[in-house]
Design a binder for this molecule. Structure first.
Ligand code: SF4
Length: 303
């Protein structure tokens, strides 16, 4: 990627913002159970769970998951059905399958441990740039910027006050890093984005407002459409995601016939349910042996 030259007004904004954020970091700090624990696997699991699920909804499933699978090896050896059961409540269950896939790669290639290098992390199933950087920073103290949707909003508003391309957002987030205490600084950025620089920013009460260009200069909110800032999700009620979740939940207890499954979602068009069942089978989240559907891969034994 060609090097991005930061504009003078962005460069000027970096130091005062960095200083102020470090000063107020203790006030911003959220008390989350995976913070400061130093266990790379527990941090890795938290980051995968946080990819598309809010922090509040992750805490209990994260504890439950690590009680059952305290190491990559324990997760790698389990039947997929068990991993999917423990994923309950988090949504987007393909992440559970990828997480187990990542644990299996760790066992095969990385001595049953979470790798620390960004390239190795990126080679794991389900791991993209954000997760790789977050794990490298929070588990291994790597001096890298963590750029998720929260940080993307902060960077585009407070430092650039304009729409950013991915390379620009990454360059600003990297240019903002302090020389030491990078993990704590990354956490403070996430805390700011999650609590104040939210989708509808809470500028009037934000502790960074005096160092923020958007607050000072005004204009159109640059965050929507800017790099790393996620789009609003389609409503969950009535969505395919919801029906898929109902079908999978019904299979948590035992395998069921097609007829039983259709009966459990009889408020949904039969053809639509058939398509969703096919998708779940294709994705390897459920299996079908000709008479029954079951969670995970049918006939799969623990390794
Ligand atoms: S003042 Fe507003 S836009 Fe600036 S960092 Fe705070 S919440 Fe975000």
């Amino acid at each position: 990627m060609p090097e991005v030259i930061l504009e003078a007004d962005v460069l000027e904004a970096l130091t005062p913002f960095r200083r102020e954020l470090r000063r107020v970091a203790p006030v911003l700090r959220r008390d989350l159970p995976w913070m400061g624990i130093g266990d790379p696997w527990a941090i890795f699991v938290s980051e995968v769970m946080l990819q598309q699920t809010s922090t509040r909804r992750v805490i209990e499933p994260w504890r439950r998951f690590l009680d059952a699978f305290p190491t990559p090896e324990s997760c790698a050896r389990a039947p997929l059905a068990e991993v999917l059961r423990l994923w309950s409540g988090l949504g987007f269950p393909r992440r559970a399958k990828s997480l187990q896939g990542a644990a299996r790669v760790m066992c095969e290639k990385f001595n049953a441990s979470v790798p620390s290098a960004i390239d190795d992390l990126l080679s794991l199933p389900g791991v993209g740039s954000y997760t790789a950087h977050a794990v490298a920073s929070f588990a291994f103290n790597a001096p890298v910027a963590v750029l998720d949707t929260n940080v993307g909003r902060v960077v585009s508003r407070a430092l650039a006050n304009r729409l950013l391309r991915p390379s620009e957002a990454q360059a600003i987030a990297t240019g903002l890093l302090p020389r030491d205490g990078v993990a704590a600084f990354n956490q403070a950025m996430l805390d700011l984005g999650a609590q104040f620089c939210t989708r509808a920013p809470r500028c009037a009460v934000c502790p960074l407002r005096r160092k923020c260009r958007f607050h000072r200069e005004g204009g159109t909110d640059p965050a929507p459409g800017s790099a790393a800032v996620s789009r609003r999700q389609a409503p969950f009620a009535g969505s395919d995601r919801q029906v898929r979740g109902r079908l999978m939940k019904a299979l948590h207890e035992r395998p069921l016939t097609r007829g039983s499954l259709l009966g459990l979602v009889d408020d949904v068009n039969v053809e639509r349910v058939e398509v969703l069942l096919d998708q779940l089978v294709q994705e390897g989240l459920i299996g079908y042996d000709g008479s029954h559907f079951a969670l995970g891969n049918l006939g799969e034994d623990a390794r």
